[in-house]
Design a protein around this ligand. Sequence first.
Ligand code: ATP
Ligand code: MG
Length: 233
Amino acid sequence: MSTLLHTRELTAFYGDAQALFGIDFGLDAGEVVAVIGANGAGKSTFLKSLTGLVKAPREAIAFKGEPIGGLPPGEIVRRGIAMVPEGRRLFPSLSVEENLLMGANARRPGPWTLDRLYAMFPILSDKRRHPGTSLSGGQQQMVAIGRALMSNPELLLCDELSLGLAPIVIREIYAALPKIAEEGMTVVVVEQDVATAQRVSDRVVCFQEGRVSLQGKSGEFTREQISAAYFGV
Ligand SMILES: Nc1ncnc2c1ncn2[C@@H]1O[C@H](COP(=O)(O)OP(=O)(O)OP(=O)(O)O)[C@@H](O)[C@H]1O
Ligand SMILES: [Mg+2]
């Protein structure tokens, strides 16, 4: 496998407050990696650094061998990294289909089209003319995933897909992941629920107070090791 992305000593700040303290992280093409960790551990900040929403030193992030730290978010999407943001953030005045098409603004060549998305999430086809925000939480999450896929990324970053959803809906959402990964997509999911994180990923990385506290193959850790890495107890 080849390295798709790596970070070296990645730091991030909000004003004077430091949120990430030297993250060394590597991602091979085709992997599904789960990022876990407590509230405020820096998971979202890490994804935002990769997508240019939080400034990063240029050399701290390399994607396909090129430094991309601190590039404008639109440029990073064009290079092939797309994000499903925490809280879904649909455009409230737009229909389901218009929301999906927003993701195609940075359209790159690749397999994902409206038809392909509607085949994966048929309910979105039924509701294509409805306002995106009139959908259930799970359906809105499907729209948010679809919008990110419409740019045909090579790397898909998902921030807390489970947030506020019932367990059965969470399973339904995660059931799409193998279909997305099928054609070699590399995926990072931020997931608070450790059991879900281990179930859906090849590898887990735990963040604690802006640092990586544990990483390795998803099946390899006991609950005790993970809670120690989570809370530092
Ligand atoms: N916009 C912001 N301004 C100032 N500080 C922020 C901002 N966003 C996050 N932080 C701080 O940065 C740190 C990391 O936050 P981050 O949102 O990355 O954590 P997280 O792991 O995603 O948490 P959660 O599980 O609650 O989503 C926290 O201390 C948080 O308070
Ligand atoms: Mg977060």
